[in-house]
Design a protein around this ligand. Sequence first.
Ligand code: MN3
Length: 209
Amino acid sequence: MHSFTLPPLPYGYNDLGEWIDGQTMEIHHTKHHQAYVNKLNQALTTYQAPYPEALATFCSEVDNQTPMGIRNNLGGHYNHTLFWQIVTPSGRQSLSPALRSAIEANFGTLEACQSAFTQQALGHFGSGWAWLAVDSQGALFLSSTANQDNPLMKVTGIDQQGTPILGLDVWEHAYYLTYQNRRPDYVNGFWEVVNWQVVSDHYSEAIQR
Ligand code: MN3
């Protein structure tokens, strides 16, 4: 049987500079994300339905009938795998012309998109994620989801389905050691480490889905 594994980070735990301290990154990766992987594999040993090995495809099959042990841990694995990829120590990299055009068409400017995303992240009550995603028509939209849900899932509480291209973990475990209760500082600092090249690649893939 297939089992899922923890992906290595594409940078060191201490490499994200002032945004996030190394201890937070190490615990987040080796404890939190590893636990989602372990519990997902454990849940799959008693899961009756056949499941896809592609995480995005698997997430898109999650609905209200899916056991919570699958939904939460699959989401945790997918969401963190995306999250590690879309930040980088080397600072901002340029958006593709296609993504820039889409952002300008939907939001007017990149800055307006970032500001609206920031409001999603700050306005989300409790644990969850903020997203920039692409719907089935290829249009960008912003949302936030609770716990480890994501916009691929067809579950109550998710109004708009789509493929995430940018996500921010707003669980306190993601930032508490560095920022304590100061979620705004964590979210504002996020823009300094977003890897727009990777986000652009995700956009290109998403509009072909
Ligand atoms: Mn997390």
